[in-house]
Ligand binder design. Structure first.
Ligand code: C2E
Ligand code: MG
Ligand code: MG
Ligand code: MG
Length: 279
C-alpha cells in the first residue's frame, strides 16, 4: 500500500522499497550539499485577519530546489532531516533567514509583519554547540521577539521534558508568540493549550477541506474555535481555498485564515509586492 501511495504522487522516492536505505543515504548526502550550495529558500504565505482583511502575519515555509530532481517537498525531507540530525543546520538556517527577513521587511514597510517559523521538535529538544537558540539569534540580529512566532506540533508538547519547557518559556519571555500547528490531527488535548500558554491554534487543513454547511467538519471547527477562545487563544484556519470555507469560518468566529484563496506561499520579493497591494 505504501508502495502504491508512493507511486501515485510526484516524490523523491520513485522505486521499490528495497532501495530505501540507498535512497535515504543519497538524500542525506544531497541535503548536506544543499546546505553548502544554498539550494534552500523560504517562501512566505500571508495569514489574513478575517474581520479586517488585514495581513500582518505570514508563515515561512522551506523550499528545496534540487539541481537534478527539481522541487523536493519538505514533507519528504524534513522527517529524514529530523532522524539524521540534519534538522539542526537546516533549522538554524530557517530561523536565521526568517528573522532577517522579518527585520528587513519591517525596515522597508515601516510596519510589523510577524513571520511565523516552523520549528521541529527535534530541533528544540537537541541543543548542540554552534547552534544558537532563537532567543540568542534575535539578540545577534538585534530583532525584537514580537517580529516572529514559532509553530510547533502537539507531539512537541506531549513529549516535552523540563529542558524543553524552559526553552519554551525563554521564547515567551523574549516576546515570541507560539502557535500550535496541525491542531486536531494528534492528541488535541486542550489542557496542553492552557498549560503551555499557547497564543494561536492552527486548525489543520484536513478539517477545512471538508468544510460545508452540513458537514461534521463544520461542527468540529466551531467546537475548536469556541474552546480556544474560552482559553484566550486565537485561531488560524489552514488550507482555506474557497469563499464558502471562508464564510463558514467567519461565521464560526475564526480569527485568521491562510490558504490558496488568498495566496500561495511566495518568494520574498513577490511576497513584499503582494503585501503592498493586498495587505
Ligand atoms: P505546515 O506547517 O502545516 O504548513 C502548511 C502547508 O500547507 C504548507 O505545505 C503549505 O504550502 C500548504 N498550504 C497552504 N495553503 C494551502 C491550501 O490552500 N491548500 C493546500 N492544499 N495546501 C496549502 P508545505 O510548504 O509543503 O510544507 C509541508 C510541511 O512541511 C509543513 O506543514 C511543515 O510541517 C513542514 N515544513 C515546511 N517548512 C518547514 C521549515 O522551515 N521547518 C520545519 N521544521 N518544517 C517545515
Ligand atoms: Mg506550519
Ligand atoms: Mg499545519
Ligand atoms: Mg497567550
Amino acid at each position: 500500500e505504501a508502495k502504491r501511495a508512493g507511486r501515485n504522487r510526484v516524490s523523491y522516492f520513485t522505486r521499490s522499497l528495497q532501495d530505501d536505505a540507498e535512497r535515504r543515504m543519497r538524500l542525506v548526502a544531497d541535503m548536506h550539499a544543499a546546505i553548502e550550495q544554498a539550494q534552500f529558500s523560504l517562501v512566505y504565505q500571508p495569514i489574513v485577519h478575517i474581520a479586517s482583511g488585514k495581513v500582518r502575519k505570514a508563515e515561512a515555509l522551506i523550499r528545496w530546489q534540487h539541481p537534478e530532481r527539481g522541487h523536493v517537498s519538505p514533507a519528504d525531507f524534513i522527517p529524514i532531516a529530523e532522524e539524521t540530525g540534519l534538522i539542526l543546520p537546516i533549522g538554524d538556517w530557517v530561523m536565521r533567514t526568517g528573522i532577517k527577513f522579518a527585520r528587513d521587511l519591517q525596515a522597508r514597510l515601516g510596519e510589523t509583519v510577524q513571520i511565523s517559523l516552523n520549528k521541529s521538535p527535534v530541533h528544540l529538544r537537541n541543543r548542540k554547540p554552534g547552534y544558537p537558540s532563537v532567543v540568542e539569534l534575535l539578540a545577534e540580529y538585534g530583532v525584537s521577539g514580537s517580529l516572529i512566532a514559532v509553530e510547533m506540533t502537539e507531539g512537541m508538547l506531549i513529549e516535552a521534558d523540563e529542558q524543553t519547557l524552559q526553552r519554551l518559556y525563554a521564547l515567551r519571555d523574549a516576546g515570541v508568540q507560539v502557535s500550535l500547528d496541525d491542531f486536531g490531527t494528534g492528541y488535541s488535548s486542550l489542557s496542553y493549550l492552557k498549560k503551555f500558554d499557547i497564543d494561536y491554534l492552527k486548525i489543520d487543513q484536513s478539517f477545512v477541506r471538508g468544510l460545508s454547511a452540513h458537514s461534521s467538519e463544520r461542527a468540529l471547527c466551531e467546537a475548536m474555535i469556541v474552546m480556544a477562545h474560552k482559553l484566550g487563544i486565537e485561531v488560524v484556519a489552514e488550507g482555506v481555498e474557497t469563499h464558502e470555507q471562508l464564510a463558514l469560518l467567519r461565521e464560526a468566529g475564526c480569527d485568521y485564515a491562510q490558504g490558496y484563496l488568498f495566496s500561495r506561499p511566495l518568494p520574498a520579493e513577490h511576497f513584499e509586492v503582494w503585501l503592498r497591494e493586498n495587505g
